[in-house]
Design a binder for this molecule. Structure first.
Ligand SMILES: [Zn+2]
Length: 290
């Protein structure tokens, strides 16, 4: 009897741990469906310029993302494969060429048709609480949720080189949170890397704050001047969407992001003819950390 109970207990433990892994491996072993490849080709302009090795990596990451994450449509948003693959591909672009658990802390992607209203509470120094509702394009939460406005997801990918990409932005926040705090420093490994990261990003963050105050043009969206966490998210957008301009105007910052992201998006995008960056002020706010 005891032997039977022991075998049942062992079987339960093996089932609990081995079965999900086996199911995931089975899902990853299947080829990406042709209509998913068609969506990548149609909606992700940089995908077409990646070499075959990176494309294969992206396929595997996207399959894992789609297998593990739940998508929920809000306010009437329909969730179809175009929504799922377009979001997953951009999120997984941040994970290429490095070991990753594919946003292990993320459970759910909530998608609205367009900018959504979110309640906000502000307490000032005198203790006065102000409640407000803010129009948002995206939000990244530490409890396993990312929220996105689908029309802005499409706008960001179809106008890639304009540098506003709400998916890259919110998933950069997710990477930031994996280090244990949302402070603009994702997991970097060794002490020397953190020191170099801190020096370079602190300097460029301070410069962006001055640019924002003086309404000076910048490759980086002035929204990045609001906090180190937003700076990392905004610089991630620029790294993947406007890499030539970022490399030329923020050489050391670009070098840090090359080391961290382990891809060079300059290979996927033609250098712009005009070198002057557009002005970034008065842009709508992306999601804030809660
Ligand atoms: Zn943000």
């Amino acid at each position: 009897m005891e032997a039977l109970i022991l075998s049942l207990a062992v079987a339960a433990v093996v089932g609990a741990f081995a079965l999900p892994k086996w199911r995931l491996q089975r899902a990853l072993a299947q080829a990406m469906p042709q209509h998913h490849l068609d969506i990548l080709n149609a909606n992700i302009p940089v995908y077409r310029r990646m070499d075959a090795g990176l494309q294969q990596q992206l396929h595997k990451l996207v399959k894992q993302f789609l297998y593990q994450k739940k998508f929920i449509g809000c306010a009437g948003q329909h969730i179809d494969d175009e929504v799922r693959v377009t979001i997953a591909a951009q999120a997984c672009m941040l994970l290429l060429n490095r070991p990753s658990r594919v946003y292990a802390g993320l459970d759910t992607v909530l998608v609205y048709p367009s900018a959504f209203m979110a309640p906000r509470k502000h307490v000032d120094e005198a203790g006065v609480v102000t409640e407000a509702r803010q129009d948002l394009l995206g939000e990244s939460w530490g409890d396993g949720r990312v929220v996105l406005a689908w029309d802005h997801v499409l706008d960001g990918t179809r106008n890639w080189s304009e540098g506003h990409n709400v998916v890259l932005h919110e998933f950069a926040h997710q990477l930031d949170s994996e280090s244990g705090s949302n402070n603009g420093a994702p997991w970097l490994g060794d002490r020397a890397s953190y020191q170099r990261w801190s020096e370079v990003l602190s300097r460029d963050f301070a410069n962006l704050q001055v640019d924002a105050m003086c309404r000076q043009q910048s490759v980086l969206d002035h929204y990045g001047a609001s906090s180190p966490a937003e700076f990392f998210a905004v610089a991630t957008e620029a790294f993947f969407a406007r890499p030539h301009e970022m490399a030329s105007h923020h050489k050391q910052l670009f070098g840090e992001f090359l080391r961290y992201y382990r891809v060079d998006p300059r290979a996927w995008l033609a250098a712009p003819v005009a070198a002057a960056p557009p002005a970034f002020y008065g842009q709508p706010a992306y999601g804030q950390w809660q």
